[in-house]
Design a protein around this ligand. Structure first.
Ligand SMILES: Nc1ncnc2c1ncn2[C@@H]1O[C@H](COP(=O)(O)OP(=O)(O)OP(=O)(O)O)[C@@H](O)[C@H]1O
Length: 805
């Protein structure tokens, strides 16, 4: 069997209002991270001026700072214990710390809601978790006991001042320590447990206010008993004690009693003994003083027993509480050394259970009998005295209440008729409100109809715009068609001309024609550009129409928005009226005295309200009308303006188109005329050329005749030339003969060689040696029949000849 230490948790809250007002510094530091287990406390006397920090560090199992909320705390501390509890272990959670450190906050927290909220503490969360996990085999019971001045009080008991006694009984269902007379309530859902907790805390609270801050000096134990059916005849018991201890400020570290506490007589025996028990357990003393206080007796099994125990040490972070904080932390770290031997409880048979119940029943019967025999209700002296004090208190309270009741009845009587008047007034105002409401609803319906009218206007405008768009598109289309036709027509007209021009240009490099062609193509380009401009303008116009349409949409959206605002204003005013009405009703119904005082102001408010409402309705009417008129006028103006613009632009467009067309047609006509004249000129020129050619042919024919004559003449010349040549030959042969005769003569006449040259002979010689033609030429240069080249016809003449051929 293994032992384990009590688990010690430190929880430090944030500074409260009082500490903030006192400007008390934070002296406690806990690392803000999961799994933190160290708490540092700066114990310097003068925290601000002290140069050296006197810090004490305490190591525990887990430490939570102000950032850890209830959810985190339950997740890390409560939940693991709930699982152990469900497994059959007895469990205890003890909240320890000075007053105001957060013990009750940790154990109970906020339980004002039916379901545990964000601020709910361990008890409500444990109850909820348990009911999430159990089924029909479980039974859960709850009890709630308070220990004050070593007296036990059942916070859930129906019998007031019922005497509770602790008794020890060896049984199989636990440690045997039981509270005789303590009522245990069977609960079927968490809500029932929460109700019991609330009831108990309320009782404790009432007592606390009466008995001077009892809460900080009493201990409470909320116990949950879990009975689990293990087999058909066997059950298992487990008990969880959730203990909210008294404020620990009166107990010093050693467990001795604070002097002031002694003087005030507020010695807390149970807390004192708890400290001693812890010391004894840590010191492994042979005697553990469990029996010296009610608390330690009840928690005997949780301290050094078979229970799984968690001690939560709640501390304040402020410097003003340093001493209490260190004391709590030392107490807690000491408790960390207590070792428990946690065990799952044994199974109990149904027979044993039944026997125990029968025994208890028998004992209770005996108690009842003994009480009856004493002929009255048995009370010990202190209970009797307490009862008497309570009785006196109650009597004086009753007297006070009676007086108050009389006063209130008088006031009520005085105020009844006022109330009646008030009610009548109220009814009137309600009626006027109804009238107003009706008016408002009328206004709303008027607004609705106006809205539908506007919707119609929007629709119509949209249709107009749609129509305009269609028209413009149609225009563009027809424009395109027209353009196409025009182009075709132009092509039809110009193509042959162009072809002709091209041909002419090929044949004859006539610059006039080329220029004309260029001009035509330029004009065509200009027309194309004009056409493009026209198309662009139409597109611009369409774009303008589109933007106008979007503007119109915006205007309508704005209108809708304004109407919405108007409507919400109306409904708000209605709401306000209803709220105000409800408020007035509450005030007057609950406190009739206030009614008197506020009647006048209510009237004034009522008047003001009605004035305001009428003003508002007038204003809203006006506003609506004005807005609607404004929007309609502006819409109408815009539409008519756009229509005028559109018509003007259309007519301008049509005029421009007609103008352009006329221009195009006239330029085409011009082109055609000029082409015609050019053609005519060309034809004339051709005719002229033809005539020229005919003349040329004639002249060629004449030249041919001349040539024939000339060739005839030439032939004649040639013939005479041939005869000349033959006579020349004859002459040459004659000359040869003469030369021969001359040489013969020379031979015959040798003596003459030395003689002087015969006069005339060298000339004769020269003449004989000279070629025949040359001598003749020299003699008759102009008439000599020398060789002459044949006269050649000129190239021009040749061409003409060829052509004519
Ligand atoms: N961790 C916390 N977070 C937020 N508020 C807290 C925390 N701890 C305590 N408080 C607040 O501090 C105030 C005092 O807490 P609480 O009543 O629980 O102290 P206590 O130790 O039970 O005092 P007492 O011993 O007098 O009963 C409460 O208003 C509580 O809401």
């Amino acid at each position: 069997m293994s032992t384990e230490s009590i688990s010690v948790i430190v929880r430090c809250r944030g500074r409260n209002e009082r500490e903030l007002q006192m400007k008390s510094p934070v002296v406690v530091r806990i690392p803000d991270q999961p799994g933190a287990n160290q708490v540092s406390v700066n114990t310097s006397q003068d925290f601000i001026t002290s140069q050296v920090a006197d810090t004490r560090v305490y190591t525990v199992d887990q430490a939570f700072g102000p950032a850890a909320d209830q959810t985190v705390f339950f997740r890390d501390v409560g939940l693991p214990l709930v699982s152990e509890f469900l497994r059959g272990y007895n469990c205890t959670i003890l909240a320890y710390g000075q007053t105001g450190s957060g013990k009750t906050y940790t154990m109970c927290g906020d339980i004002s809601d039916k379901e545990p909220g964000r601020e709910a503490g361990l008890v409500p969360r444990v109850l909820c978790k348990l009911f999430e996990c159990v089924d029909d085999d479980f039974m859960i019971k709850c009890s709630f006991v308070e220990i004050y001045n070593e007296e036990l009080k059942d916070l859930l008991g129906d019998t007031k001042n019922a005497r509770l006694r602790i008794f020890e009984r060896k049984n199989s269902s636990g440690n045997g320590i039981r509270i005789d007379g303590l009522e245990e309530h069977h609960i079927r859902k968490a809500g029932e447990g929460l109700e019991l907790l609330k009831k108990g805390l309320e009782r404790r609270q009432t007592a606390a206010t009466k008995m001077n801050d009892l809460s900080s000096r009493s201990h409470t134990i909320f116990s949950i008993t879990l009975i689990q059916k293990k087999t058909d005849s066997e059950y298992q018991y487990a008990k969880m004690n959730l203990v909210d201890l008294a404020g620990s400020e009166n107990i010093s570290r050693s467990g001795a009693i604070n002097q002031r506490a002694k003087e005030a007589g507020s010695i807390n025996q149970s807390l004192l003994t708890l400290g001693r028990v812890i010391n004894a357990l840590v010191d492994k003393s042979s005697y553990i003083p469990y029996r010296e206080s009610k608390l330690t007796r009840l928690l005997q099994d949780s301290l050094g027993g078979k229970t799984k125990t968690v001690l939560v040490a709640n501390i304040s972070p402020a410097g003003v509480d340093t001493q209490a904080t260190t004391s709590t932390l030392e107490y807690a770290t000491k408790a960390k050394d207590i070792r428990n031997t946690a065990q799952i409880g044994p199974l109990i048979s149904d027979k044993v259970l039944l026997k125990e119940l029968v025994d208890e029943n028998y004992r209770l019967k005996l108690d009842l009998k003994a009480t009856r025999n004493k002929e009255g209700v048995y009370l010990n002296e202190s209970n009797y005295n307490e009862l008497m004090i309570n009785y006196k208190n109650l009597t004086s309270e009753t007297e006070e209440l009676r007086r108050q009741n009389e006063l209130l009845t008088m006031q009520a009587n005085e105020n009844t008729h006022l109330l009646e008047d008030e009610r009548k007034e109220k009814l009137k105002s309600i009626q006027s409100m109804k009238v107003m409401e009706e008016r408002l609803s009328q206004l709303e319906s008027a607004l609705e109809s106006q809205r539908s009218r506007e919707m119609n206007v929007i629709k119509l405008t949209q249709q107009v715009i749609e129509h305009c768009n269609q028209e413009s598109e149609e225009m563009i289309k027809s424009q395109n068609r027209y353009q196409k036709k025009l182009n075709e027509k132009l092509e039809e007209l110009i193509m042959p001309v162009m072809q002709h021009v091209a041909r002419s240009t090929q044949n004859d490099n006539d610059f006039g024609v080329t220029k004309l062609a260029e001009r035509i193509s330029e004009q065509l380009q200009a027309i194309g550009k004009e056409q493009q401009l026209l198309t662009n303008r139409i597109l611009e116009k369409t774009e303008e129409l589109r933007s106008f349409r979007s503007e119109l949409d915006k205007v309508f959206a704005e209108l809708k928005n304004q109407l919405g605002l108007l409507r919400s204003g109306i409904s708000e005013s209605q709401n306000n009226d209803t709220k105000f009405d409800r408020y007035l009703r509450n005030v007057f119904d609950d406190k009739p005295i206030v009614r008197n005082v506020t009647t006048e102001s209510e009237k004034m408010i009522e008047d003001m309200k009605s004035q305001l409402v009428s003003q508002f309705s007038q204003f809203s009417k006006k506003l609506t009308q004005t807005t609607i008129e404004m929007v309609l006028n502006s819409t109408r103006e815009k539409i008519s303006e756009e229509q005028t613009k559109w018509i003007r632009k259309n007519s301008t467009l049509a005029e421009t188109l007609a103008d352009r067309n006329a221009k195009v047609l006239s330029s085409v006509d011009q082109c055609a005329t000029s082409l015609q004249s050019h053609l005519e000129a060309n034809v004339g020129y051709l005719n002229y050329q033809k005539a020229k050619l005919a003349n040329l042919n004639n002249s060629v024919a004449a030249t041919n005749t001349d040539v024939a004559e000339q060739s005839e003449k030439q032939n004649k010349v040639l013939r005479s030339y041939a005869s000349l040549q033959s006579s020349n030959k004859e002459l040459e042969s004659t000359m040869g003969q003469i030369k021969e005769s001359l040489s013969n003569l020379h031979e015959v006449l040798p003596p003459l060689k030395s003689q002087k040259t015969v006069p005339g002979l060298p000339e004769l010689q020269k003449l004989i040696n000279q070629p025949l033609g040359e001598s003749k030429n020299r003699k008759t240069p102009h008439s000599s029949p020398t060789k002459r080249a044949l006269p050649q016809p000129s190239s021009e003449k040749r061409r003409h000849t060829q052509q004519s051929k």
